[in-house]
Write a protein that binds this ligand. Structure first.
Ligand code: CO
Ligand code: CO
Length: 319
């Protein structure tokens, strides 16, 4: 996208790909803007119904990360003919169930034959522009809150290798099918201005994007309880998702890491599927966010703080 020639910006475009934010935002009137995003990927779990649910929750996440409410979705499916209509039906059914639980209407879609199964949605939502959450609004002094534990990429890799217990597999599916809706509502109500969801670029990649877009440096103090049970052990055993090394190569130079064990460092770069929100808010608002998340029984941790811009996007320091 960055290589496309630059056209003069339409003033109704409030957010586009320039800030590497979660979704595009287009103003309709003073109080309403459209939030639009698309995401689809290859299966991350064995069960086709669960795969559909994960794909739906994941594609809704970018709208929640902007503080928006998703309203409609279009399904996108690439499928190998050998797979059979029963499996494809299950995938679609799972997606439908998730969309229904989010109050989103599926109003169309498109399918293409392809050697590899891929599924997801293009989602449209609405947001009040004065309350939208962007990745460019973090300010020095803000606290950072994460709303789902890390490690879904490592656990999904271990699942493919048959190394997860049934309980771990269920925990992974539950995490990836949990909507970021409640977390987003809590953040907007508390008056937070900055958020992004932690997905393919891992915590450090998305934090680096937020720091860059906001002109700040983010400081984390990583702890073992930020991760899904088993993540650090499995990382130590080499259960590394393909995208993890790429994240490390690309974002590594933008991050200073001191005194962090190697398997935890891997976990911080681990690409997440349908990961949680990373919310930045002033100290008092952050306390309100945290209390709201706890009240709604959402997993939440304070990860660190935002500081004035230094020589790196992110610093990780031992506790
Ligand atoms: Co996102
Ligand atoms: Co996105």
């Amino acid at each position: 996208m960055k290589r496309l020639p630059k056209l003069p910006r339409d003033p109704r475009v409030l957010v586009d790909q320039d800030s590497l934010d979660d979704a595009g935002v287009y103003r309709l009137d003073r109080r309403t803007a459209l939030v639009q995003t698309v995401d689809f990927f290859t299966p991350v779990v064995d069960d086709p119904y669960d795969y559909g649910r994960v794909a739906a929750a994941n594609s809704l996440s970018d709208v929640y990360a902007m503080g928006g409410s998703p309203i409609t979705a279009l399904a996108l499916m690439c499928f190998p003919e050998a797979l059979g209509s029963e499996v494809l039906g299950e995938v679609l059914r799972g997606g439908q169930a998730m969309m229904r639980s989010a109050g989103v209407a599926i109003i169309g879609g498109h399918t293409v034959k392809d050697p590899e199964l891929k599924f997801g949605y293009s989602v449209t939502g609405v947001v009040d522009p004065s309350r939208m959450l962007t990745n460019a609004a973090a300010r020095p002094g803000d606290r950072l809150i994460l709303t789902k534990p890390l490690g879904s990429g490592i656990l999904a890799t271990a699942l493919k290798h048959g190394k997860l217990s049934p309980a771990q597999a269920r925990r992974l599916t539950r995490q990836m099918t949990t909507l970021n809706r409640a977390a987003s509502e809590v953040a907007v109500r508390a008056g937070a201005r900055a958020a992004t969801d932690v997905t393919g670029f891992g915590l450090l990649g998305h934090a680096a994007q937020m720091a860059d877009a906001s002109g700040v440096t983010i400081v984390f103090a990583p702890r073992p309880d930020w991760f899904l049970p088993g993540t650090l052990e499995l990382a130590g055993e080499g259960e590394i998702a393909g995208g993890l090394r790429k994240n490390q190569e690309f974002y590594g130079p933008r991050v200073a890491i001191e005194g962090i064990p190697p398997e935890m460092t891997l976990g911080l770069f681990d690409p997440q599927t349908s990961g949680g929100l990373l919310i930045a808010a002033r100290e008092r608002k952050a306390a309100t966010v945290l209390a709201g998340l706890r009240r709604r029984r959402i997993w939440a941790k304070v990860l660190g703080r935002v500081t004035r811009r230094g020589d790196r996007d992110v610093r990780c320091e031992a506790v």
